[in-house]
Ligand binder design. Structure first.
Ligand SMILES: [Zn+2]
Length: 99
């Protein structure tokens, strides 16, 4: 086995579109909330603030989200219909099911 640097952790393709809030993208805030949508499998990455969805959401590639915060690899295996939260960038992710 040869060593790969920073293996892409998601089962989805790196160019899969995902949603990130403008605070993470523009203000470099940490990702504190991750959702894997039950209906369409869409990934969403948000900071801890309240969001107005259409105004605050940005569409980027999954690879770009991983570049912004590589710690999302810890929740990359999370199935559709789940979301994960953490209190700060230093905290562990807690995964919840929407059921
Ligand atoms: Zn935000």
């Amino acid at each position: 086995m040869f060593k790969k640097k920073k293996k892409f952790p998601f089962a989805d393709s790196p160019n899969t579109a995902c949603i990130v809030c403008k605070h993470i993208l523009d203000e470099k805030r940490p990702i504190l909330y991750v959702s894997h949508d039950e209906e369409d499998g869409c990934w969403q990455f948000m900071c801890g603030d309240e969001h107005v969805f259409t105004e605050d959401a940005r569409v980027i590639a999954l690879a770009e989200a991983f570049e912004l915060d590589a710690s999302i690899s810890q929740v990359a295996g999370m199935p559709c219909g789940c979301f994960a939260e953490r209190e700060s960038a230093a905290s562990d992710w807690r995964i919840f099911s929407r059921q």
